[in-house]
Design a protein around this ligand. Structure first.
Ligand SMILES: [Zn+2]
Length: 297
């Protein structure tokens, strides 16, 4: 493969990611004994292309997912047979599980007509997909270290954005893949999150000795962005706590507390801005009210 054909951005000698796709920032790390993939492209043709590019550097040995949201795991299907899939228990338990709020398969398919029309012929139907979506065969709790060639992969449990969230620290590259514990220069999705745990997760990441921070979404950044992400989380918390203290209803809070002027939504999902603002505000309002900060609920 010629360098000019690459779909990836090279972060270090061995670290590759792409921040320009709809979905997360899928990535891989090359070692002397093969390749480690970290999250897969949500769009099927992009998943196929990234697999081919990763395999041009050697066989894929491991595929690590950082969280259970569709934009990080749906592409696993097109990586079948290419390496051992490794996931935290909290991710594994939620992998493409249909809930009353979200049908993840339908949500994944929704992106195809607009963002990946050529994928129609390689997209399975629901039954085929669920027969083997390429979930983990190695499932862990706590933290886990993998060694491959001369590289170390420290999988650090960093719950908050989701319960099974992990960051992947590669000390030899002075790099960390944070998943959605960091949304770099784009809107933070915090519904379904535990914001207090998330703030603790940021402190675990802050302690790492790294130069390159590959976020779940948005441009590659550095460790100093941890402070920006903390400020975003604290602003949301404070603003909704203040709304509850003023006696605003859920509807008033959703209408009036918003941070849509700060950042755009990540690639291809601008139409979700209203959804993010109202659900972020609404779910925080629910939590603060349930904890007894609000009267009468
Ligand atoms: Zn994500």
């Amino acid at each position: 493969m010629h360098a000019r054909d690459s779909m990836m951005e090279r972060v270090t000698a061995n670290v590759f990611t792409t921040t320009r796709l709809r979905g997360c920032n899928p990535s891989f790390v090359t070692t002397s004994d093969g390749v480690v993939v970290i999250d897969t492209p949500q769009l099927p043709t992009r998943a196929v292309a990234m697999r081919a590019e990763a395999e041009s550097h050697g066989p894929i040995r491991y595929l690590i997912n950082t969280e259970h949201h569709v934009d990080h795991i749906f592409g696993n299907y097109w990586f079948k047979g290419s390496g051992i899939v490794v996931e935290h228990q909290g991710l594994f338990d939620n992998f493409m599980v249909v809930t009353p709020d979200l049908d993840p398969f339908a949500y994944a398919l929704e992106a195809i007509p607009t963002d990946d029309p050529e994928a129609v012929s390689i997209t399975p139907d629901r039954d085929d997909y669920y027969r083997d979506p390429n979930k983990a065969t190695v499932v862990f709790t706590g933290d886990l270290t993998l060694r491959l060639g001369d590289h170390t992969f420290n999988l650090i449990h960093t719950p908050g954005h989701t319960p099974g969230q992990v960051a992947v620290h590669v000390p030899e590259e002075r790099a960390v893949f944070t998943g959605d514990t960091i949304f770099s220069e784009c809107q933070t999705w915090l519904m379904t999150s535990n914001v207090d745990q998330w703030l603790e997760a940021l402190e675990r990441i802050r302690r790492l000795d790294v130069e390159h921070l590959i976020p779940g979404h948005g441009p590659v950044t550095t460790l100093t962005y941890v402070d920006t992400q903390r400020a975003v989380l604290l602003e949301w918390k404070a603003a909704v706590a203040d709304a509850v203290a003023k006696g605003w209803t859920r509807e008033e809070t959703m209408a009036r507390v918003r941070f849509d002027d700060r950042y755009p939504v990540d690639v291809g999902q601008g139409y979700m801005m209203e959804h993010i603002q109202t659900l972020n505000a609404g779910t925080l309002w629910d939590k603060f009210s349930a904890l007894g900060f609000a009267k009468g609920r």
